[in-house]
Design a protein around this ligand. Structure first.
Ligand code: NAD
Length: 357
């Protein structure tokens, strides 16, 4: 078919960004420019399924580099920016918040300014159609401990960690650029994602790979923390719907109504591995024997849960996967894609960059 608009995806070599890039290239006629610095979290091997597509472009650029961004806007003339580039790991933000302030706050500011200058240069019809889509997290809303409440789009911000505080700051900047300068923005706040190509430092892949290696499965505190899980491909589909059909200035919460305690998540993974990988490492009788409780993370939020009624009602989006079907697909994916995660664990996923330079 006819090639449509060009979309910038920042952070397209990351976990969610790569799902967004694959989704757009495989299911739409848009062109995608993946703008990614390739930090430790960036992995071009997550995009091997679209290698060679004429509608996919990669630019190794830091979103803090205004000159480089200006050149990209001038060169590609995008119709929209989907902004996912971020430092994303809460534990790393506690050990070293500096990179989170730099990328999540200063980087978002720099991208907003570059986008705004480009947007001002467009003719009116293109200005009206342009979108700056900020991709954010439910962690900006803080902790729902001890309630049965859900986060709505009206819930006030109350971030707990350096990560969520830096994301909250960047969301505020995006809304201010909408209100003050008229930049056509949309914001989405999503719950915890899981699925294929998830970097092994995050809970679900960490547990799968440690279990397969016969290593301890660490759980913070007593494992009673509740997270609301969404399959990453459902998120990618929701994001494309919002950037193409969402109303300017609006916020949409995205979630799967899948509240689970961390301990339940780990036990579910162990049960699936008993079924799908019954040959266990030496000395392991049951995968659940590997569960180890460790000192809780400082400032750890007890519960997050999303009310996704608005995006469901206004844009007709609902998730395809329940937690039960999504977690089974995920475990199967890690069992069938050992090359991908072995290249992450042994550092070879970085070799691809050398060829790029
Ligand atoms: P990720 O860490 O897997 O990927 C981040 C990507 O951004 C990497 O490819 C990295 O190289 C790139 N990047 C980092 N700093 C950069 C910079 N200065 N310039 C250009 N690129 C840079 O993260 P993710 O889990 O895919 O999350 C993507 C976005 O979605 C983030 O904004 C995050 O806050 C948000 N989010 C994540 C979740 C989740 O559960 N993972 C949930 C809701 C929202």
């Amino acid at each position: 078919g006819e090639v449509m608009d060009t979309i910038f995806v920042t952070g397209g070599a990351g976990f969610i960004g790569s799902a967004v890039v694959r989704h757009i290239v495989q299911n739409t006629t848009c062109k995608v420019v993946n703008i990614d610095k390739l930090t430790y979290a960036g992995n071009l091997q997550s995009l091997s399924s679209i290698d060679g597509s004429e509608r996919y472009f990669f630019e190794q650029v830091d979103i803090c580099d205004k000159k480089a961004l200006d050149k990209l806007f001038a060169h590609y003339s995008p119709a929209a920016v989907m902004h996912l580039a971020a430092e994303s790991h809460v534990d790393r933000s506690i050990d070293g918040p500096g990179a989170f302030i730099e990328t999540n706050i200063t980087g978002t500011y720099t991208l907003l300014e570059s986008a705004r200058e480009y947007w001002l240069s467009l003719e009116e019809s293109k200005q009206i159609a342009f979108r700056f889509h900020q991709i954010s997290t439910d962690e900006v809303y803080g902790d729902l401990e001890g309630t049965t409440d859900l986060f709505t789009e009206e819930t006030p911000y109350a971030p707990s960690s350096p990560y969520s505080a830096s994301k909250a700051a960047s969301d505020h900047l995006v809304r201010a650029w909408g209100r003050t300068y008229g930049l056509p923005i949309v914001v989405t706040n999503c719950s915890n994602n899981y699925g294929p190509f998830h970097f092994p430092e995050k809970l679900i892949p960490h547990v799968i790979l440690n279990a397969l290696a016969g290593k301890p499965l660490p759980i913070y505190g007593d494992g009673s923390q509740i997270r609301d899980w969404l399959y990453v491909e459902d998120h990618a589909r929701a994001l494309f719907k919002v950037v193409t059909e969402g109303e300017v200035g609006e916020t949409y919460n995205i979630g799967g109504h899948n509240e689970k305690k961390n301990i339940e998540v780990v036990e579910t993974i162990c049960a699936l591995l008993e079924e799908l990988a019954p040959r266990k490492p030496d000395g392991v009788e049951k995968y659940t024997d590997l569960i180890t409780f460790v000192k809780d993370r400082p400032g750890h939020d007890a519960r997050y849960a999303i009310d996704a009624a608005k995006i469901q009602k206004e844009l007709g989006w609902t998730p395809d996967e329940s937690f039960e079907t999504g977690i089974r697909k995920t475990v199967e994916w890690y069992l069938n894609n050992t090359d991908w995660w072995q290249n992450v664990l042994n550092g070879n996923y970085k070799l691809e960059r050398i060829g790029q330079e």
